[in-house]
Design a protein around this ligand. Structure first.
Ligand SMILES: [Zn+2]
Length: 122
């Protein structure tokens, strides 16, 4: 019969056949490791969102700007990460990173705006 190993320390396990860990200590260490992995993911996503917001802010000193999409991409902007969307009455859409958003324009250009209080869906 194959000896089962502890999922945390890989020492052989004694006892019941459904045991996954050799000790309570190993089970708790394993679970802490799992949790910090998902917390790392959250931190990573937050980092991307914060960077996106900073880049939008820096590219938009006047409150409303139009920049080339390529300029943002080259600065490290990631268009897949945003916190909310807002649809205008004429059917256009703003993508927000917190309080600053962008809209896709023609010719690979991007309009950047600041959040306005009438954009209630945020
Ligand atoms: Zn163990």
């Amino acid at each position: 019969m194959l000896k089962r190993k502890c999922q945390q320390c890989e020492l052989p396990i004694e006892g019941r056949s459904d045991k996954k860990f050799c000790s309570d200590q190993c089970r708790s260490n394993y679970n802490n490791g799992q949790r910090s992995q998902s917390e790392r993911l959250i931190l990573e996503v937050n980092k991307v969102l914060r960077k996106n917001r900073t880049l939008l802010k820096q590219s938009n000193p006047s409150g409303m700007s139009i920049v080339r999409k390529e300029f943002l991409t080259r600065s490290g902007f990631n268009f897949n990460y945003f916190t909310s969307r807002y649809k205008t009455r004429d059917g256009n859409e703003y993508w927000f990173c917190y309080d600053i958003g962008w809209m896709y324009l023609e010719d690979e250009k991007i309009r950047i705006i600041e959040y306005q209080s009438y954009m209630k869906k945020l």
